[in-house]
Design a protein around this ligand. Structure first.
Ligand SMILES: Cc1cc2nc3c(=O)[nH]c(=O)nc-3n(C[C@H](O)[C@H](O)[C@H](O)COP(=O)(O)OP(=O)(O)OC[C@H]3O[C@@H](n4cnc5c(N)ncnc54)[C@H](O)[C@@H]3O)c2cc1C
Length: 263
């Protein structure tokens, strides 16, 4: 068994100080970190539990933004009246994550900090142009996701909340891996105050904005326009679940389904 020391932080400042001092890892729902530790892919000597920090909790509407605390569980978001009222696409996305246990434990903060190539939340955060508030600063979604399991976060930086501007229309569609429900390809489409934004997860090493679909949908917001886009497979992933060419095809199919579902 791996050896590590568990710390229970009581505030964001407390957690940041513990991470800086020990070089440890933050623990949210443990759905990715604990699995990585069991596989020895991560071997932190110190783990800082964020579950006792009130500042990281809660979901609230602030003007024309929906603010979701980093420790909000997927199940909390799926069932939140505030989320369903402001951005129902986020509640639907949360409901489609993993299984009941994963949704009851996993958090939005943990998901975007982890930036798994097939995770659902990064697509919503990027497509909606959300802002990530951390223990140090505010980071625009366009500057946050840096590559496979890579983000702009420093080692001792903690996500406090994610602020989503309420879009005119938005929806998410994914082709799930039948075993894990992770996205083989997931596409989030949004009509935002700054135009059409489309983000794709599952298709490449990290979530990305899909310019061909953004341009097509800005001209003609329709499922047919989304489906007609021929994606270049050159930078997409091939693995045992599907080829790059298959993923390229799925991007346009999922984009069309998302446009049809957008409210
Ligand atoms: C069987 C299974 C199926 C799954 N299916 C899906 C799916 O369909 N779609 C999907 O999107 N995901 C899926 N997941 C992943 C799940 O959504 C996890 O919730 C997510 O990957 C990590 O969230 P967590 O709260 O468990 O974070 P943890 O595992 O606790 O942490 C993950 C990483 O984020 C860091 N971290 C956590 N919180 C913060 C914070 N506030 N600030 C800074 N860093 C932080 C940790 O240090 C760690 O490096 C699945 C997981 C499992 C086990």
């Amino acid at each position: 068994m791996y050896a590590f020391e568990l710390h229970h932080a009581k505030s964001v400042a407390d957690a940041s100080a513990m991470l800086a001092k020990t070089g440890g890892k933050a623990l949210a729902g443990g759905q990715s970190l604990v699995a990585a530790m069991k596989l020895r892919l991560a071997q932190p000597g110190h783990v800082v539990d964020l579950s006792g920090i009130p500042e990281l909790k809660g979901i609230r509407k602030e003007g024309d933004h929906l603010v979701i605390g980093a420790m909000a569980r997927h199940a909390d978001i799926a069932s939140s009246a505030a989320v369903k009222g402001a951005i129902p696409a986020l509640a639907a996305l949360a409901e489609g994550i993993g299984d009941r246990q994963v949704r009851n434990m996993g958090t939005i903060g943990g998901s975007i900090a982890n930036n798994d190539p097939a995770a659902d939340w990064p697509a919503a955060v990027l497509a909606l142009g959300a802002t990530i508030t951390t223990s140090k600063r505010k980071i625009a979604a366009d500057d946050f996701f840096k590559g496979m399991f890579q983000t702009a976060l420093a080692d001792d930086e903690i996500i406090v909340s994610v602020s989503f501007p309420v879009p005119k229309k938005a929806a998410y569609a994914k082709f799930p891996n039948p075993a894990s429900r992770f996205a083989l390809v997931g596409v989030f489409v949004a009509q935002t105050g700054s135009g059409v934004r489309v983000a794709v997860t599952g298709a490449s090493p990290s979530v990305f904005r899909c310019k061909p679909h953004e341009e097509a949908l800005a001209k003609n917001w329709s499922a047919a326009a989304a489906k007609a886009v021929k994606m270049d497979a050159a930078h997409l992933s091939t693995d045992l679940h599907g080829s790059a060419a298959y993923r390229a095809h799925l991007v346009s199919v999922m984009a069309a389904r998302a446009v049809e579902a957008a409210r």
